[in-house]
Write a protein that binds this ligand. Structure first.
Ligand code: ZN
Length: 238
């Protein structure tokens, strides 16, 4: 009798099971051990995440925050954010080990949602909000870029990397008030190339708070020839 040959899928699952046994993983929200099929977040916590009920469009709170400041076609976010909530645990997890997998998965999830929206068929490319190169080197990756890559896989839309550049800020921002910090962000995003002929892009970030970062990024992109823009964020401060 000839034994059945083990397929690559079986081997991959066996390796994953062994890794989970040898190096148990914990849910980033509740700390419970994860099953091999769970990625960074257990299914119970996933079901309890504060998902946004807003669709993608000009009435989305992300887009509304930018009304009168910079032209946008629409906005979208996945999770409501408040400090010390499950969303803050998810955002914190993006900064540590395993954050890369979480960022990618969250991007894919948003992409699966956005596939349902015809507005998205008008989008030509995704542009992540850049991180300062030194900070990115220290962290190992830019969460906004990895979220954009997850979106890209679900939507089939390309990511344009390194066109926006975060430049040096010479003054510490910790002792500045909100207005001074906003003014400072006016000067930290540069453009590395032109976007002439690029129609509609979506700017991608991990968290949207005052909109100052998105506003400055979009102003730079429009100055480089971009025609239309939208904003996608993993979380939105409510
Ligand atoms: Zn959990």
């Amino acid at each position: 009798m000839v034994a059945k040959k083990m397929g690559p899928r079986f081997v991959k699952q066996a390796v994953a099971d062994w890794l989970d046994f040898a190096f148990p993983r914990s849910c980033v929200c509740c700390g419970d051990l994860l099953l091999p099929s769970e990625m960074e977040l257990c299914w119970v916590c996933y079901a309890k995440l504060p998902f946004s009920v807003h669709g993608y469009g000009i009435q989305n709170p992300v887009a509304k925050s930018l009304w009168g400041r910079v032209p946008v076609m629409g906005g979208y976010y996945l999770l409501n954010y408040q400090s010390r909530t499950m969303t803050s645990n998810v955002l914190k997890s993006l900064k540590y080990d395993g954050g890369l997998i979480m960022a990618k998965r969250m991007g894919e999830l948003m992409g699966e949602e956005l596939l349902l929206d015809p507005m998205y068929s008008r989008c030509d490319a995704l542009i992540p909000v850049p991180m300062h190169p030194k900070k990115e080197l220290k962290r190992g990756y830019n969460p906004a870029l990895v979220i954009a890559q997850g979106l890209s896989e679900s939507l089939g839309i390309p990511v344009i990397e390194r066109v926006l550049v975060k430049q040096n800020t010479t003054v510490s921002q910790t002792k500045k008030n909100r207005l001074e910090r906003w003014y400072q962000t006016q000067h930290v995003f540069g453009l590395n190339g032109l976007l002439t002929g690029v129609g509609h892009v979506a700017l991608v970030d991990d968290v949207f708070t005052t909109g100052a970062t998105a506003e400055r990024c979009l102003r730079s992109l429009y100055a480089g020839g971009l025609e239309k823009a939208s904003v996608i964020s993993l979380a939105f401060t409510v």
